[in-house]
Design a protein around this ligand. Structure first.
Ligand SMILES: Cc1ncc(COP(=O)(O)O)c(C=O)c1O
Length: 397
């Protein structure tokens, strides 16, 4: 397109025409920051949009950068393919809506992340989808008795946010499969570095990629992986119906995060184990929850199904309840008072008044969360420094 043939305004829009990128071979996956993709012909457009031919048409329905992230995630989890989302909650909502219809019910391990609990409590009942909760540690043994003809899905979160309760994946999935039920697992806390639910027969594995996958606390994203037979419907619900698709820049950040995930997770686990062992006998604490501690009730199952460590999150019950636990939080100097986890920094939060606000007083009691319960997401600092900060703050509690 030369200056001679078209006007200034047209040049502003088209420049010298579409760049030819066929000879460009970047080492890192590029960010395809484009909402639309060019069709070769009218026929090609129809073939791509209708799914008869592979290709890209519109970023809500797929983008090369997002696809790269999805494929890497699927490889790490041992699934055929993935679907990426604007957040972990979007991944969870789309997964559930791809299986459950009005009149159905799902059986969920308890507890679950507060946002998930809110979805189960507020939105799903309005769609006439009912939730049956079973405790994480006994769901494998109790499942049989609670399945009804309208049970469609078993929903599992392990280690559970925030109590670190452990679901026996092998036994629970075996029980679900006896009833031909679909199983979805939120693998956010473990990551595929430590635990691969697909290897036990899970149908979908979901992540808040905001956490360890991103790893730096600077973006929000989600992903779900599944095998052929499940991924197609999930993709339609996610991309065509709900539309909570990931942005290409976010997918790029998450794909980059995956490259260092094993290194970071190994260090998060090592640091959390050291911090948990220090806290285990602390006089200011009633209880320390970390699956890597032998005294922790889920330890044996966690050891069986988590390879290479027990994650980066610790739960503590501060003696003296809410008032002491506020003093503890307000006395921290190095650790950051903030929600979320999986970041390079150690993040400390009080779930009952933040991430798990959707839990009523009664709900909190049922899952054994005291008012003095605090979540510590151990970061990548030197653990000695984290311990020193926690210790000085606990002394003031
Ligand atoms: C276990 C778990 N699942 C899902 C979510 C939701 O993810 P997002 O905040 O990315 O929507 C969170 C967020 O904290 C979480 O901890």
């Amino acid at each position: 397109m030369s200056h001679g043939q078209v006007h200034f305004n047209t040049i502003a829009v088209h420049g010298a025409g579409k760049p030819d990128l066929t000879k460009v071979r970047p080492v890192s996956v590029p960010i395809y920051q484009s909402a639309e993709f060019v069709f070769d012909s009218a026929e090609h457009g129809e073939a791509v949009m209708s799914g008869k031919e592979p290709g890209f048409c519109y970023t809500r329905m797929g983008n090369p950068t997002s696809q790269e992230f999805e494929r890497r995630m699927a490889l790490l989890e041992g699934a055929d393919d993935g679907v990426s989302f604007a957040s972990g909650m979007a991944a969870i909502a789309a997964t559930i809506l791809s299986y459950c219809q009005p009149g159905d019910n799902l059986i969920s391990s308890s507890p679950v992340y507060g946002g998930t609990f809110g979805l189960f409590k507020d939105l799903l009942p309005t769609l006439d989808i009912r939730i049956i909760y079973l405790p994480a540690e006994t769901i494998h043994a109790e499942l049989d008795r609670h399945v009804t003809p309208r049970t469609r899905l078993v929903y599992l979160e392990t280690p559970a946010n925030p109590t670190l309760d452990i679901v026996d994946l092998q036994e629970t999935i075996k029980a679900a499969k006896r009833h031909n039920l679909k199983v979805a697992v939120d693998n956010t806390f473990a990551t595929p570095c430590l635990q691969r639910p697909m290897s036990y027969g899970a149908d979908v594995v979901m992540h808040s990629a905001t956490k360890y996958i991103c790893g730096h606390g600077d973006t929000i994203g989600g992903v779900a992986v599944a095998n052929k037979g499940d991924i197609e419907r999930l993709r339609i619900v996610a991309y065509k119906n709900l539309g909570g698709t990931i942005a290409p820049i976010t997918a790029w950040l998450l794909a980059r995060g995956l490259q260092t995930l094993p290194l970071r997770v190994e260090r998060h686990c090592r640091n959390a184990q050291i911090v948990a062992e220090f806290l285990e006998n602390h006089p200011k604490l009633d209880r320390v929850r970390y699956p890597g501690l032998k005294k922790c009730c889920g330890h044996d199952v966690a050891k069986k199904q988590m390879q290479g460590g027990f994650g980066g999150v610790i739960g503590i019950d501060v003696k003296g309840g809410l008032e002491s636990c506020k003093k503890f939080q307000n006395s921290l100097k190095l650790c950051t008072l903030a929600v979320s986890l999986g970041s390079v920094e150690t993040l400390v939060s009080h779930p009952a008044s933040t991430t798990h606000l959707s839990y009523s007083e009664d709900d909190l009691k049922k899952v054994g969360m005291s008012r003095g319960f605090v979540r510590i997401a151990v970061g990548l600092e030197e653990p000695e420094d984290v311990i020193a900060d926690l210790d000085q703050a606990l002394k003031k509690a």
